[in-house]
Design a protein around this ligand. Sequence first.
Ligand code: ADP
Length: 489
Amino acid sequence: MLKQSGLSCYVCSNQEELRREIAKGAGCVLMAEEALPHNRAVTWDDLFGPEPAWSQLPVVLLLARGHAQKELALLRTIEKRPSIGFIERPTQKRSLISALKNAIEARRLQYAIRDALDALQTANRRKDEFLAVLAHELRNPLAVISAAIHIKKRRSADRDDDMLSAIERQTQQLTRIVDDLLEVSRISRGKLELHKERVDLVALVREVFEKGADKLQGGKHRKQFYAPSTELFIEGDPIRLGQVFSNLLNNAAKYTADVGAIDVTVTQDGRSAVVIVKDTGVGIPPEMITRIFDIFTQVDRNLGRAQGGIGVGLSLTRSLVTLHGGTIEARSGGADKGSEFIVRLPLSEAPDASNVEPAQDTNERRASQTKLLVVDDDHLVGKLTGELIASFGMEVRVVPGGAEALEVIPNFQPRIVFVDLGMPGMDGYETVRRIRQLPGGDSLFIAALSGWGQAEDFERSAQAGFDRHFVKPIKISELENLFASELPA
Ligand code: ADP
């Protein structure tokens, strides 16, 4: 009868068949009450299969005359579903057909929503992938530019070369945007790992307040730091937490005129450490107070852009706080009424072990040489990295590949070797494995230099035998730290 009315149907004779046909994409299910299982424990999911968020499978149940089995527990639960329709037998052909056609139409809309959601997800994934690739591709040219500026500055007789300083500042700004983009896409793909340790939040925030957050340091705001005289320990990744507070303090400085004030308070509230960054700046309108944490959202695009931002900072900040098990909220009395950002982080439960320093390892490693070897197939990148290191007063050799490195090391006897990962022929991983097999290769400090800096990249390079993994462009401060810990003073 249904076929005659233009409906294509498939008759299922058991539950498995039913679930299979639904999963294939059924328009609706027409079921006789007698086909419902008598077992009380059977659920909707057992019968029809699990439903994704977009789905409300339409089921038309043909009830026996007088609702014979209405005591059934299952019937009672499915009665509550909005997508279920009941038709009592005997029924008119017309009512049945129209009920089924309505159900199929409802299902068609659900499938349209499913397809739209799939398309959105795909587009979102592509955007993330695009951002990751874009940021990665921008890193190499940025590495070259940064290194070139640094060398030029060191060589230049005119230490206060304005133009060079401007290029340097803009390049740092670009590097920061690229890093932020890469990190946001990493977080949204669940690929950012925290390296947690016991951190005194008071000291960390004070450090950012006094020396970090370049926009705050560059501004002329009245600024105050309030904190308890005791430490507040949390389990966190100091680098990421530094980013969190540097973002908030830079924003406070960006969105507050120089005549304004910026107050930072670190305090304890129950089992939480609380950091409040308060400014007297442009404020945030009420309708934007939660939206500003969404990526690429700026209250005033002109103002935001003029401040050199693209609306990524707060989104990154919120993700990093959440990864630490904390929360962040914004408050403001409205436009021109100033803003307040409140970060809560769970205090550490573990006993104090902060004085245990893992210094032994590095002491053992200290050797007397200050010779360094750079292995990079990109001539320009290799040359500039070499010159950058040489500008620290080190003796540097640059070779274009793993084979050359293996030849040079026994005679040159470097203390530290930097190896680019993506090289033709013998790649960085193979190179480090082979270097480790050389006499004395075990005790060499070998660092990977790569455009890729995702958790699995760090893991892979560590497994291959690298001591460290630096993401290009390697920062001057990273080199300073490395030389301070790995080379004699
Ligand atoms: P960006 O500063 O790069 O635009 P953010 O994600 O850091 O991006 O901030 C998003 C938006 O939130 C900013 O564009 C600004 O409109 C608003 N905002 C952030 N911090 C403040 C603040 N302290 N005072 C007023 N508005 C702010």
